[in-house]
Design a protein around this ligand. Sequence first.
Ligand code: TTP
Ligand code: MG
Length: 347
Amino acid sequence: MKIAHLDMDAFYVSVELQRRPELRGKPVIVAGTGPRAVVTTASYEARKFGVGSAMPAARARRLCPAAINIPPDFAAYRAVSRQVMDLLRDHVERVEVVGLDEAYLDLSGLVAPNAAMRRLVADIRRATGLSASVGIGPNKLVAKVASDAEKPAGFVVLTREGACARFADASPGLVPGIGPKTVERLAALGITTLGRLAQTPEAALQERFGTNQGRDLLARARFHGSAQLTLERVAVSESRETTFNTDVADRAEQEAHLRRLSDELCAGLKRPGRTIAIKVRLDDWTTVTRARTIAEATADAHVVGGVALDLLRAYAPARPVRLLGVRVAGFDAPAPEVDAGQLALPL
Ligand code: TTP
Ligand code: MG
């Protein structure tokens, strides 16, 4: 199997810089303006000051007073995202879009996969002016970590063994799915690198982290992962979810995340839906969903976000939250522009 992960560089900011070229080379952040506003993304210039995604905008202003703040324009990001994802599908038949600015591509069967990806990146730049980073590997985990390794404009090709060797000295936190709390618990066991983690006996990890998480940690450290793409089909629902680096206990913070997920979901929604649901996973892995069906189909972020917040308040998570998700379902009209090549079984 050969899988690529493509991720746009500083996506929201880069879209903004296309129409405000005078801001190029300056520290720029895209964030709302309210007291609870968080940074969605920062230009690489602003990142040098320690500004990063999900940071309260007020803190970003303290770290980098010169930063220029731009309010988010989700419609613009959605439009560029569509353009990028259409280009991906022009080049590769099997594509799994996992966010507005990232996707996995199945390169198996291509004669010259690396060259195909280079062409794709050049096409994206030509069509949108934007830069993307690519990672290529035998599974999604290797591809994802590789795409992040040399941002911006990175292009990193690794075998599984190559990934193990290259990142052996890195913190276990480099790997998606290993958050700061786990990193801390590993450090307490003297395991501070991915190399050490990969050599730890599974039983020892399972004793400390439980059967499932212990097994999962070892597999991730060894860069074993799935190469299965979830191909698009006639959607019965669309969702966005996020696993936090650090479990979130604060309700206001949970609500801010839920609002952002609702904004992102609605920005990419192809059709309005009548059922709005949330998914909550607690730090003990208890996972619940709560749904409500409303009278009128909607794709409005305020409506979806409002219902999502209601559902969260009604559920009132009793423990810190590990994952939050929002889903819209109950679409009336059939999906537009269904691509037969991507079609799985009819539902
Ligand atoms: P990312 O791909 O994580 O970040 P990025 O594209 O800005 O930068 P990088 O070059 O490191 O890939 O996220 C894509 C977009 O999603 C980002 O531009 C803004 C949005 N986003 C949020 O709104 N909140 C967040 O916490 C994160 C991480 C991203
Ligand atoms: Mg990105």
